[in-house]
Design a protein around this ligand. Structure first.
Ligand code: JDN
Length: 267
């Protein structure tokens, strides 16, 4: 996969040299380049912003440097086979679609991703309209909070996508049993010593009974998800649960109705 990131703070993306993603680049599994938006300006002062039409606080990113940068990274992208779709342009924005594990999996199938990091009050909207001729444009938000610019969101999205690429995570099984891969939060984990500061590891985990351990872990996932993210249970497929799992949900205040979990009144 080819990834291009355009930013006025290219140094902000330095962590992409490290750890798993840095290793994937070294191993040739990921071709990643970071570009300074200012290198696509033509004026003496390398201007990237201007005042907003209609007034208001802050500055807006000028369209022309963005058009030059995006045209350059699209042209330098990988050879595209006939019938291959456009590259995907991801624009971090609090006004974007909510990023998720499902979207990370979609993006991991693409041959080129371009990330456009806005700063100030954002990028002139016409850039996104124009870019739709060359890219599939996806404004994207990590969550309902506001950052100072897109760079930190790009670090998160590149890591989430990069670790799904073939060969990047050493043991692909570690991608299967993790939070959100099955729509539930992960179960709690423990390591040695079995007794630590008068706190014991749950006995079932020391029992050697792998069926019991799997069931305990699944029920812990249900408990945690009900406690911390009950919204995830609204779409959980409860159609084919074993009786013990239905009972576990019953104890958490949920009934199974038409294959869906339903919160019991006054539970
Ligand atoms: O995802 B964000 O919170 C975000 C904030 C800003 C941005 C892009 C993304 N550009 C300016 C602020």
């Amino acid at each position: 996969m080819r990834i291009d990131v355009v930013s006025i703070f290219p140094e902000y993306l330095a962590p992409l040299e490290l750890s798993l993603i840095g290793k994937a680049r070294q191993d040739g599994l990921l071709d990643l380049a970071v570009h300074d938006l200012r290198s696509f300006t033509t004026d003496r002062h390398r201007t990237v912003d201007d005042t907003p039409y209609g007034g208001g606080a802050g500055m807006v990113m000028k369209p022309e440097p963005w058009a030059q940068a995006l045209a350059a990274v699209a042209a330098a992208g990988p050879e595209r086979a006939e019938g291959t779709g456009k590259p995907v342009l991801i624009v971090p924005s609090p006004a974007g679609e909510r990023f998720s594990q499902a979207i990370a999996h979609e993006l991991a199938e693409e041959d080129q991703l371009v990330f456009a990091c806005g700063r100030y009050e954002g990028i002139d909207e016409r850039v996104l309209e124009w870019a739709a001729e060359h890219f599939t444009v996806r404004p994207m938000s990590l969550g309902d909070y506001v950052l100072n610019g897109g760079e930190v969101a790009v670090l998160a999205m590149v890591e989430a996508v990069g670790r799904l690429l073939p060969g990047v995570v050493g043991n692909p099984e570690s991608l299967v049993e993790e939070s959100h891969s099955d729509g539930l939060l992960e179960y709690p984990v423990y390591t040695k010593p079995s007794s630590w500061r008068d706190r014991e590891v749950p006995a079932v985990l020391l029992s050697g009974n792998h069926g019991k351990i799997a069931q305990w872990r699944r029920h812990e996932q249900y408990r945690r998800t009900a406690e911390r993210r009950p919204d995830l249970l609204e779409t959980f497929d409860a159609g084919h649960l074993p009786r013990a799992d239905r009972t576990a949900f019953g104890e958490l205040g949920y009934d199974v109705v038409d294959g869906r979990l339903q919160r019991r009144p006054n539970a």
